[in-house]
Ligand binder design. Structure first.
Ligand SMILES: *[C@@H]1O[C@H](CO)[C@@H](O)[C@H](O)[C@H]1NC(C)=O
Ligand SMILES: *[C@@H]1O[C@H](CO)[C@@H](O)[C@H](O)[C@H]1NC(C)=O
Ligand SMILES: *[C@@H]1O[C@H](CO)[C@@H](O)[C@H](O)[C@H]1NC(C)=O
Ligand SMILES: *[C@@H]1O[C@H](CO)[C@@H](O)[C@H](O)[C@H]1NC(C)=O
Length: 485
């Protein structure tokens, strides 16, 4: 499906002579709430994939693999570097595998490392298979001879597009990633991409819990239709100055040592502090991973506990995830904003971005009739909180933060791989306008192009105006959820 932005990208290309260009690719959210197991702790920790499943999390883009292109959706993951697809011949890939690649139907497919693909993610999903080389078509442009993973044993329903550095691939030897090859094959000039994510739940994404045998809960899947909702853009090779307020602040990546042998994390920056409504740590002094593959944002245990207390967050045994009064999406949350402080730049996240309204009406009634009802007394409804505690994921460091989608939607982030830095600004969250600036080969700095003027520099006011701007989309999303039963 051609996006309106792509038209603009092509115009930009036509205007600037002899440049490689930019590629603007629409991003979607997919409702995948089927097969939800209970979110009880395993090995003492919560399973991050289960939580992502549960919140219908993740942002996806379509890539065409092979010749002719087989169009498959891939989850965009800034936390890893391999791009891979589920094979038609994969084990365990039953009805729940969303789409699979049929290698035999591609005339350019060649296996390059049989059995060499072996990757484990932070959410503990583990894929095994081969590496192969084939063409990748991205909104009409073709990257040739790209090395990719072919999962033959898989526990994920879609493949992943790894947006990290090549030295973080799971293979023994680093290889050129899609972004590297986009540069070397002249599709874009510089290894840069900009991510703009919008909160826009597909109408089919709603979670129902069956309250069986009185007060006990069992999780149940609703049959899902895949209704995709356009939810942002990934722009390769450039920056879109209509998508952010003010100016981009540049922050260098921290040098990270890989903590898990086959788990890659790369885009780590220094987070000075985070606070909300007087709670939090202005001098948290943490390494924060930008991870579009995670629905939630994770804070060190102590900080998470303080924030839970401020918002009256509750957990119940079977769910083990933080639950919050949905009223924080409305009046109760009005004017309350999280402030993430980076190197002199503050990114403001309105509290309603952190309140995920994912349970259907039956489930709400179930909560009120369960033995946990007391914990939700006086609540409008039960929502999931977009902040988790590292304690629940077996991460010991008190200087570790993971900035997932609940944060990333409020930020416009430019990942400048050549200069090992990001550009970050407050996202202009509700716009279809576009002004794409290409980034040239060898550029040392991000373009110094002003975004949309900040009407109010006062942080609180900005939060308010953003919340107002968001209200349209936001109400639509809520209506969609409520109407799905
Ligand atoms: C997530 O969902 C997929 C398919 O919907 C399922 O196969 C997988 O087991 C789920 N993961 C977890 C950890 O529950
Ligand atoms: C695809 O090719 C492989 C190896 O070439 C072969 O073993 C397999 O049977 C083929 N599968 C189909 C569905 O044609
Ligand atoms: C496969 O692709 C990678 C780049 O992604 C390249 O480095 C490698 O040489 C290719 N292998 C073959 C056999 O073409
Ligand atoms: C990371 O390491 C490189 C070389 O090892 C060094 O030049 C750079 O300054 C380091 N960056 C930071 C943020 O420490």
């Amino acid at each position: 499906m051609p996006s309106p932005l792509r038209g603009l990208a092509l115009l930009a290309l036509a205007a600037s002579t002899a440049t490689a260009g930019t590629l603007s690719v629409p991003v979607y959210r997919k409702a995948r709430a089927d097969g939800i197991p209970p979110l009880t702790r395993r090995d003492g920790t919560i399973n991050l994939q289960a939580l992502n499943n549960f919140t219908a999390g993740g942002y996806f883009a379509e890539l065409g693999i092979g010749t002719p292109p087989q169009n498959l959706v891939f989850q965009l993951d800034t936390g890893s570097s391999d791009t891979w697809a589920n094979s038609l011949h994969a084990d365990l890939c039953g009805a729940w595998c969303l789409q699979t690649l049929d290698p035999n139907s591609s005339s350019t497919f060649k296996t390059v490392d049989r059995g060499g693909f072996d990757v484990t993610y932070l959410d503990r999903t583990h894929m095994l298979g081969d590496y192969f080389n084939d063409s990748v078509t991205i909104t009409g442009k073709e990257v040739k001879n790209q090395k990719l993973g072919l999962a033959l044993q898989t526990t994920r329903e879609t493949g992943i597009m790894g947006l990290g550095f090549s030295n973080n691939v799971a293979a023994r030897e680093p290889y050129a990633t899609i972004i590297d090859n986009m540069v070397s094959q002249g599709i874009i000039e510089a290894p840069v991409f900009s991510l703009y994510l919008v909160y826009n739940l597909p109408s089919s994404s709603v979670t129902r819990i069956i309250f069986s045998a009185g007060p006990e809960l069992t999780m149940h899947a609703l049959p899902q239709n895949d209704v995709d909702a356009k939810s942002g853009t990934i722009l390769f090779g450039g920056v879109d100055s209509q998508k952010y307020y003010g100016s981009l602040t540049t922050i260098s990546f921290l040098n990270v040592t890989q903590s898990h042998s086959k788990t890659s994390t790369s885009y780590t920056i220094h987070l000075d502090g985070v606070d909300v409504d007087g709670v939090g740590l202005r001098s948290l002094d943490a390494g924060a991973i930008l991870d579009s593959g995670s629905t939630v944002t994770l804070f060190p245990g102590g900080l998470a506990r303080d924030i839970y207390k401020r918002f009256g967050v509750e957990t119940i045994p079977i769910l083990s995830i933080p639950l919050i009064d949905c009223a924080y999406r409305g009046g109760k949350g009005k004017g309350i904003t999280f402030k993430f402080r980076f190197n002199g730049k503050t990114i403001i996240v309105p509290v309603d971005e952190m309140v995920l309204n994912i349970f259907n009406d039956d489930t709400q009634v179930g909560f009120q009739n369960s033995k946990y009802a007391n914990q939700f007394k006086g609540w409008d409804n039960v929502c999931v909180f977009g902040i988790g505690s590292t304690d629940d994921y077996d991460i010991k460091s008190d200087k570790f933060v993971l900035l997932g989608d609940s944060f990333l939607r409020s930020a416009y982030v430019v990942y400048d791989m050549a200069n090992k830095q990001i550009g970050i600004a407050q996202a202009n969250i509700n716009t279809d306008k576009s002004n794409i600036i290409e980034i040239k080969k060898g550029a040392k700095d991000l373009p110094n192009v002003a975004g949309v003027p900040e009407q109010n520099s006062a942080a609180g006011d900005l939060g308010q105006s953003m919340a107002a701007a968001a209200a349209g989309t936001f109400l639509m999303a809520v209506a969609a959820i409520v109407s799905t039963t």
